[in-house]
Design a protein around this ligand. Structure first.
Ligand code: ADP
Ligand code: ZN
Length: 615
């Protein structure tokens, strides 16, 4: 960089945006946030994934004198973040536990000499007095606290090391601080502000909507098959993330996909560090890999072209779900968030909460998170309206979620609920027995299974009173009564018991509304053979081979330089080049995403690849 801050003209921020990053205008509130921080103000920024948070601290760090210090928990990604910045000519470095002493010393020296624009730091570094002393020796332009929700105990991602970030302000009262996060309910938002002493900061709250993501929640029957159908039907060759709850199901699902011809790798904490790092690196660097993972994967993964995020198990909270699904479609192109959800998920999660360590307050918090997640799954309203409401934002039906695209019917399930609840009551009163959902449903359906005969359950008065529904419908009823808090599960076997609230249903004082189970999981939108990969949607037919050629050029270039493909250019940039091929370097420089540094570095080579493709 040319000594930032010294003699850039009036609109420094806009110049840096164009010159360094190759973009011609700010998005959303970026302009206001950047101006505020450049002027030395503190800021708390709530913006969804893909909203463009990074520029909100990177540009002020380049415009203000001194080094911008970025606190981030994403150690594994710092190298890529720094590479991406260096690719556009920004002098960036990082300090974390993955480095050896020599590497650290070198970065420290660069920092002290004022030779960096940005320094990324893991939060635990700040526990070490020598780091604080190092910071004291340089000149700091700002502190950026990334993933700021990690400071909140109410949230889903608490990191104790974040608590000490409040002391930065005491030591450097004149250095502006900007805290950023993509997940914040009102409770988390308030907690971030108070724990980081940001009460005097300006709050910037963007819309949390991610309109390009299609949200779908499907009844789970054969989850692996359903997943394969999703990938084959809608996302062949696309990059995606599949979340599973357990390591075992991660392994099984990844193996299943590979057997069925999908390029997939597993990722979970049980794999050795080298395998994990290699799988993550492949995902970032290659174009169409699927990662099957536990939620250990993905924080801060800023790969822009993840086309789908699938959950094979129920997430534990709406915040977690929104953050995980938010990893899809950062580039703004159409993407899918798909979740398969069934009775067993509810049973399992309730059991996990009951068996969890920690005090009653902690369990109450977990239960509240789960209830909100269940309410989202069972809603007959627009999913997006519910999601945004959870983050305190009002909206209207979106037209791009499963309930909008094929509205589910709701039905009066009061009588069904009464039948089910009374079957449980009878077993308890007359036999002093408790059973799980399977046996109760067999009784309602009047099935003389071995277990029914063994326990003489065909003699109960409730035997066979529920033949108007089939098994999967009854499972839906059980699941929804659990979700609505009218039933609870107990013990190792997940036996069903009534809650206090159930008395009102049995007494006819409360109606029960249920969502009807679609016969077959409706596959909304872009389906079947008409499916087109999102990355090439809207591209004119003749531009397709050009786009593919450019991607091949990008893959080769990325490999040669050992960086992720998107560090070279994003899909969106290649699309624009394929659609309207520039005739000269100057024209290429006008394409969004092509800054001065990249033009100088890749311009010739890209134009050559383009000429070949067009020949
Ligand atoms: P976040 O950190 O909020 O998830 P990023 O900072 O990674 O989002 O930005 C998301 C994507 O949008 C990136 O690919 C980034 O280069 C791009 N982007 C950000 N701001 C702009 C802008 N003003 N114009 C064009 N693209 C932008
Ligand atoms: Zn909707």
């Amino acid at each position: 960089m040319t000594s930032p801050g010294d003699h850039l003209e009036t609109d420094d921020a806009l110049r840096v945006l164009g010159k360094v990053f190759g973009y011609d205008s700010f998005r959303g509130q970026q302009r206001e946030i950047i101006d505020h921080v450049v002027d030395g103000g503190d800021a708390l920024v709530l913006m969804p994934t893909g909203g463009g948070k990074s520029l909100c601290y990177q540009i002020p760090a380049l415009v203000r004198p001194g080094v911008g210090v970025v606190i981030s928990p994403l150690i594994a990604l710092m190298q890529d973040q720094v590479d991406a910045l260096r690719a556009v000519g920004v002098r960036a470095g990082f300090l974390n536990s993955t480095q050896d002493l020599d590497e650290r010393r070198m970065v420290e020296a660069e920092f002290a000499a004022g030779e960096l624009d940005l320094l990324y730091l893991a939060p635990e570094r700040l526990r070490v007095e020598s780091t604080l002393q190092l910071l004291g020796r340089g000149s700091i332009s700002l502190f950026a606290i990334d993933e700021a929700h990690c400071v909140a105990q109410w949230g889903h991602d608490f990191r104790p090391d974040y608590l000490q970030l409040s002391t930065l302000h005491e030591r450097w009262p004149d250095v502006p601080r900007i805290a950023l996060t993509a997940t914040a309910t009102r409770a988390t938002h308030a907690e971030i502000a108070s724990r980081l002493n940001l009460d005097g900061a300006r709050h910037f709250v963007a819309s949390f909507d991610r309109p390009n993501i299609q949200y779908r929640i499907a009844p789970k029957n054969e989850p692996k098959r359903q997943l394969l159908e999703l990938i084959r039907g809608e996302h062949p060759g696309d990059a995606g993330i599949v979340y599973c709850l357990s390591r075992a199901s991660v392994e099984k699902t990844a193996a299943f996909l590979v057997e069925n011809g999908v390029d997939a790798v597993p990722y979970h904490a049980g794999l050795d560090a080298a395998t994990r790092a290699a799988n993550q690196a492949r995902f970032l660097r290659e174009d169409g890999l699927v990662v099957v993972a536990t939620i250990a994967f993905g924080m801060g993964i800023d790969k822009p072209d993840v086309r789908f995020v699938a959950h094979l198990d129920l997430p534990k909270s709406v915040e977690g779900y929104y953050q995980e699904t938010g990893r899809a479609g950062r580039d703004g192109l159409p993407s899918t968030a798909w979740l398969a959800y069934g009775l067993q998920d509810v049973v399992q999660q309730r059991k996990m909460i009951d068996g969890s360590e920690g005090d009653a307050e902690h369990r109450r918090r977990l239960a509240a998170h789960l209830d909100a997640m269940l309410a989202l799954c069972e809603t007959v309203e627009c999913r997006r309206v519910r999601l945004l409401a959870y983050f305190g934002q009002e909206s209207t039906a979106c037209g791009n979620c499963d309930t909008c695209l094929s509205p589910p019917k709701s039905w009066d399930g009061t009588i069904a609920a009464q039948k089910l609840l009374s079957a449980i009551v009878r077993l308890k009163r007359e036999r002093n027995q408790k059973f799980g959902a399977g046996q109760i449903i067999d009784i309602l359906l009047g099935r003389r299974t071995a277990k029914v005969i063994q326990f003489d359950h065909d003699a109960l008065s409730v035997f066979g009173i529920g033949t108007e529904l089939n098994e999967s419908q009854w499972r839906g009823v059980v699941r929804q009564l659990l979700a609505q808090g009218l039933l609870a599960v107990e013990g190792e076997y997940g036996t069903l018991v009534l809650t206090d609230a159930a008395a009102d249903v049995l007494g006819g004082r409360r109606e029960v509304h249920l969502r009807s189970e679609p016969e077959r999981a409706a596959r909304a939108g872009r389906s079947g053979t008409a499916a087109k990969r999102a990355a090439v949607a809207d591209l004119p037919e003749e531009a397709l081979p050009v786009f593919e050629r450019l991607r091949a050029w990008r893959a080769a270039t990325a490999k040669e330089q050992g960086v992720p493909a998107y560090v070279i250019f994003h899909d969106a940039t290649l699309r624009q080049i394929a659609a309207e091929p520039p005739a000269s370097l100057a024209e290429l420089g006008g394409v969004s995403g092509v800054g001065e540094n990249k033009l100088a570095k890749y311009g010739e080579s890209l134009l050559a690849a383009l000429a070949e493709a067009e020949a």
